[in-house]
Write a protein of this length. Structure first.
Length: 269
C-alpha cells in the first residue's frame, strides 16, 4: 500500500466540543468506537483498521489530530508532523508533561458519540503517539472498552506513562470500580513502547491491564517509509507492521481487539 487514501467511504464532520472544532471521519452503524490516528496521521493503514472495526458492527469515529488525512506516511513528511506535534500545546510528548490536554476533547467526542449511537458504551483504540489517550478517555463514563496499542509517550522515558498523578489515580479507580479491562499490545523489541512501560501500566492498573506482546519476527518487514526509516523498530501491531495473512500473529491480534469490542459493546445491544 503506497497510495494516499481518499476516505470517500466516511462522512466528514466538523465536531465542536466546548468551542473547539476538529474534523472527524465517521462510518458504519452500531455502538461507537473512536479509532485514534497514529504518527504521522490518519494513514491508509489506520483507515484499514477503522474499516475492519466498522465491518465488525460499529460506528467508527476517526478524529483528525495531526498530519494530512489519508496520506501515505513518508519519512520526510512524518518527521515534520512529529516535530509539530511535540511542540503543540495539545500534546505532552515528554516526561513530566502529564496528561495531554487533547484528551479532554476526545472524552467529549466519546460522550457525543455514545449519545448518538447508543449501546452500553464506547470503545477507544489508541495507536502509537495516541496509544495512552484511549486509557485517559476512560475518565469519561461512556468509555468502557479501551485498547492501548504500542503507546509511545513520553518519548524520553521508556518506563513512563503519559498521565499526571491525579489522572492516573482516577483512571485506576474507575477501572476497578466498574470492572473494566484495558487491552494492550506491543512488539517485544519495540524501543518506543518498551517492556518497562508495560510494567508501569501493570503496576498502576493491576489485573485490569491485559498487556500482550508479539515477537519481533511477526512484524511486517516492509512497512511504509516513515516506519522503516524513522520509527526503525517493530512497532505498529495492527497497522503499519500488520501482515494481512490468515492466521498471522498480527491478524490474530486484530481479531482479539474486535472480539474485545464486541464482547463489551454488543453483548447487551
Amino acid at each position: 500500500m503506497s497510495d494516499d487514501d481518499p476516505i470517500t467511504d466516511f462522512n466528514r464532520r466538523s465536531v465542536d466540543v466546548e468551542g473547539v472544532e476538529k474534523t472527524v471521519y465517521v462510518t458504519g452503524a452500531g455502538p461507537a468506537v473512536v479509532v485514534l490516528p497514529e504518527m504521522p496521521g490518519i494513514s491508509p493503514d489506520v483507515l484499514r483498521l477503522a474499516r475492519w472495526v466498522r465491518d465488525a458492527g460499529f460506528t467508527v469515529h476517526v478524529p483528525s489530530l495531526f498530519g494530512t488525512d489519508g496520506a501515505f506516511p513518508t519519512a520526510e513528511g512524518g518527521r515534520e508532523v512529529v516535530h509539530r506535534a511535540c511542540v503543540s500545546a495539545e500534546f505532552r510528548a515528554f516526561a513530566g508533561g502529564g496528561t495531554s490536554p487533547v484528551t479532554v476533547w476526545l472524552r467529549g467526542l466519546a460522550r457525543r458519540a455514545h449519545a448518538e449511537c447508543g449501546g452500553p458504551g464506547v470503545g477507544a483504540i489508541g495507536l502509537c503517539f495516541t496509544g495512552n489517550f484511549a486509557l485517559t478517555m476512560a475518565l469519561e463514563p461512556a468509555v468502557i472498552a479501551p485498547v492501548v496499542n504500542h503507546p509511545s509517550l513520553p518519548l524520553d522515558d521508556p518506563g513512563g506513562l503519559e498521565l499526571d498523578e491525579a489522572d492516573a489515580r482516577a483512571v485506576s479507580d474507575r477501572l476497578g470500580r466498574d470492572g473494566l479491562t484495558v487491552l494492550a499490545y506491543r512488539f517485544e523489541g519495540d524501543r518506543w513502547c518498551t517492556g518497562q512501560r508495560f510494567a508501569a501500566y501493570r503496576k498502576l492498573l493491576g489485573e485490569a491491564f491485559d498487556g500482550r506482546v508479539l515477537p519481533d519476527s511477526a512484524a511486517n518487514p516492509e512497512p511504509p517509509p516513515f516506519f522503516a526509516d524513522v520509527v526503525g523498530t517493530p512497532h505498529s501491531v495492527v497497522t503499519a507492521h500488520l501482515v494481512d495473512e490468515a492466521g498471522h500473529p498480527t491478524v490474530r491480534a486484530r481479531d482479539e481487539i474486535l472480539a474485545f469490542l464486541t464482547d463489551r459493546l454488543q453483548s447487551n445491544t
